[in-house]
Ligand binder design. Structure first.
Ligand code: UT7
Length: 351
């Protein structure tokens, strides 16, 4: 039976560092508030007109391919996870394919829309294709450019201080080594509270879920109803979040899904070298660490430097943790995510 190994990995973060003090010039916030509530000290923002979600994803992909000696021409499937795509459509998968110069190969490119859990959703999809022998070199990219779409006034401060830009990528290959690679993955979702953390406009909902009056949709049968004047005038084109509701759900689902992975594979928390959680909020990670009784050495956090980069946060953290020697060949690493949808997921990987 084939297993899927993470053969290579790479990441890309934009050069521009934005500190909490920089944000204080734009809105009523403070370094103390941001650090105390989220742990974030700074984040990176992409260069306008020069960097996009797909170009950052392609940069991370090049590093991932270089790290394992795979040429772009050898990639036989692309999976791209993001909540901040370059275009409404087509998805970033084909744009990354073009940026990597492999469009002529006509390989499939699949786009994944699972927000903070997108990378692990992509990992499970890739794992299935590798195990069946269908593909041999899958490029999984997770990339986010959030800074262009945030509300940098005081009105949007509960969301805008948290998020940052960046990308991560992995190359997935088959291995016959039973003890190596992706041991188990677990995906979940619950759409009951889909709007609690969301960017609903522009969209095709036309007020269906929440009442059309609220969005100023004109009373005409066809056309003209994607973006309304009211959305512009009343600042309804930004992400929204009930932070406390997200926090409460996250601290329940993170431990649950980590336990699920460990139990399925027959391990306990003591066996894990490193837990790499989606970097949602340092307070969430610390809460989860305490609940699971993990040591500081067993928990990885880099949200202090990058903020929450949604789908990209796990592969960025995986790369940095490896560079820092926090895990090595043969170690057991647990990845876990929770985010908008709600969606949550885990994966247990033996490197
Ligand atoms: O990948 C998943 C992504 N999302 C998350 O992980 C979010 C999870 N939730 C959280 O991390 C926290 O709920 C936040 C960090 C977002 C907020 O922390 P909180 O302790 O839940 O604060 P709150 O929303 O209850 O707001 C407390 C106060 C409010 O003022 P009043 O009403 O008490 O006067 C807010 O208006 O803090 C105010 N506030 C801010 N003040 C300064 C909200 N954002 C800011 C800000 N700076 N950036």
């Amino acid at each position: 039976m084939l297993r899927t190994k993470i053969a290579g990995m790479g990441y890309y973060v934009p050069e521009k560092v934005v500190t909490n003090f920089d944000l204080m010039k734009l809105m009523d916030t403070s370094d103390e508030w941001i650090q105390e509530r989220s742990g974030i000290i700074e984040r990176r923002y992409a260069k306008k007109h020069e960097e996009t979600t797909s170009t950052m994803g392609a940069a991370a992909a090049r590093m991932a391919m270089d790290s394992c000696g795979v040429n772009p021409e050898e990639i036989d499937f692309i999976i791209f996870a993001t909540l901040s795509p370059d275009y409404f459509f087509p998805g970033c998968g084909v744009l990354a394919q073009r940026a990597l110069g492999i469009s002529k190969k006509e390989i499939p490119a699949l786009d994944i829309r699972n927000q903070c859990s997108g990378f692990i959703y992509g990992l499970e999809v890739a794992d299935q294709f590798i195990k069946t022998g269908k593909y041999k070199n899958i490029l999984l990219i997770a990339s986010e450019l959030q800074s262009h779409g945030l509300d940098f006034t005081t009105r949007g401060r509960n969301v805008s201080v948290l998020f940052g830009d960046g990308a991560g990528a992995v190359i997935l290959q088959p291995t016959e080594d039973e003890d190596k690679g992706i041991l188990t993955t677990h995906l979940h979702s619950d759409g009951t509270e889909a709007e609690v953390l969301s960017l609903i406009n522009p969209g095709s909902h036309c007020g269906y879920h929440l009442g059309k009056e609220q969005f100023g949709y004109p009373d005409i049968e066809y056309g003209g109803a994607f973006v309304t004047d009211k959305m512009f005038n009343e600042h309804m084109l930004f992400p929204q979040m009930d932070g406390q509701a997200v926090f409460k759900k996250a601290v329940t689902k993170f431990p649950e899904v980590i336990h699920e992975a460990l139990k399925t594979a027959g391990y306990s928390t003591q066996d894990v070298k490193l837990v790499i959680p989606h970097q949602a909020n340092l307070r969430i990670s610390q809460f989860v660490q305490r609940l699971l009784r993990l040591t500081d050495d067993q928990m990885y956090n880099n949200i202090q430097k990058y903020g929450n980069t949604t789908a990209a946060s796990i592969p960025i953290a995986m790369c940095e943790a490896k560079q820092e020697g926090r895990y090595a060949e043969g170690d057991l690493v647990c990845l876990a995510a929770f985010g908008s949808g709600f969606t949550w997921a885990s994966a247990l990987v033996r490197f």
